[in-house]
Design a protein around this ligand. Sequence first.
Ligand SMILES: Nc1ncnc2c1ncn2[C@@H]1O[C@H](COP(=O)(O)OP(=O)(O)OP(=O)(O)O)[C@@H](O)[C@H]1O
Length: 360
Amino acid sequence: MAKITLENLAHSYLPDPKSENDFALKELNHDWADGEAYALLGSSGCGKSTLLNIISGLLIPSQGRVLFDGTDVTMSPTADRNIAQVFQFPVVYDTMTVRQNLAFPLKNRGMDAAEIKRRVQRVGKMIDMEAELDHKARGLTADAKQKISLGRGMVREDVNALLFDEPLTVIDPHMKWELRTQLKQLHQDFGHTMIYVTHDQTEALTFADKVVVMYDGRVVQIGTPQDLFERPAHTFVGYFIGSPGMNLFEATIEGATARVGDTTVELGGTYVASGKTQLGVRPEFIRLSAGGTGIPAQINRVEDVGRHKIVRLTVEGHETNAVIGEGVDIPAGTDRISFAPEGINVYANDWRISAKGDAA
Ligand SMILES: Nc1ncnc2c1ncn2[C@@H]1O[C@H](COP(=O)(O)OP(=O)(O)OP(=O)(O)O)[C@@H](O)[C@H]1O
C-alpha cells in the first residue's frame, strides 16, 4: 500500500496548450493517504479517467510528478507500479476457467499453490461465484465476467493501490450494492489505497472514506460525505451531491446579514464577500411558513417520496426545493421560506467562503 502524491500535476491532450482551458486536467497538488478509499466523482468529461490513467501509468502527464511513497513513478510503465486495475468492461481470459482467471495474477508472481487456492476461494465467495469456479469464462454473461475482473483486481494483497474505473456499469442493480459492500469490507480487511472512479454519487458516497469531486478538469473538493453535504466548497459540489441538490440564491452580503430580493436574511456569522455572491441552502434546511418575515415563495407541487416530501417552489423567479420530513405538515397557505442558520453557506464567485473567525 502506498501514499500517492500528485505534485504540480496537469495534463493537456493538445501538443501546445496555450491557456488553462486547453487542459483536461488543471494543475493540482494533493497527497492521497496510504490505505484510504477515495472515490473520484464528477460528470462526464470532467477529467476523472485522465487523472486515473496518469496514476496508473497509462498516460504520461504534460506537467508535474506522481510519487508512490515518495518514489517518482511519473515515467514508469504500469507494469512497474504494482497496482491492480479494474475497468468499466470485463477483461477476462475466455479459454480459462473462473478459478484460473482469478489465480492468474498470483501465479504470475510465483505464489505457492496452497496460498493461491485459499485466496481464490475467498475472492470466489466475495463475488458470489464459488459454484462456477471450474466453469470456463467463455459463455458467461457480461455481468459474471465483470465480477471475475473485479475478483482478479482484489485477489492480490500486496499492491500499492487498487484502481477502479466505473467497474459496476455492467453489473445488475442488486449485485452492485452487494459488490460495493464487499469492496468496502475488503478495504477494511486489507487497508488498500483504493481509487474508484464514478459519476454516481450513491456509489461514491457509500464506498469512499473521502470523495474527490471533479468539475471541468479541476478537483473542487476532497472531503468526507458529511463535508460534501454540510460544507460544499464549490457551488457545483452543492448541486451535484444530494437529491435534490443545494438551492442557490443570488444575494448581497452585508456583514452578518444578506439581502435576497427585498428580504434580509441573518447569516449566523460575519462575511466579507465580493464578486458574484450567493447563498447555498440544502433543501433539508429550508423552512416553510405562511406569512411572517421570510422570502416570498410559491408552492408548485409536492412529491411524496416515502421517507420525506419534496416541495417544489418558485422563489425569486427560480425553482427551489425543500425537503420536509415524513409526518411534518406543510403549513396551510405557505407563501414564505426561511433558512435554518446552520444550513446557510456563502459563496463568492462559486467558491465557499468562511465566516470571520471560522476555520473552514
Ligand atoms: N485521448 C484523448 N484525446 C483528446 N482529448 C481527450 C482524450 N481523452 C479525453 N479527452 C478529453 O479530456 C477531457 C476529460 O476526459 P476524461 O475522459 O478524463 O473525463 P471523464 O470525467 O473520465 O469522463 P467520462 O466519465 O465520460 O469517462 C474531455 O474533454 C475529453 O473529451
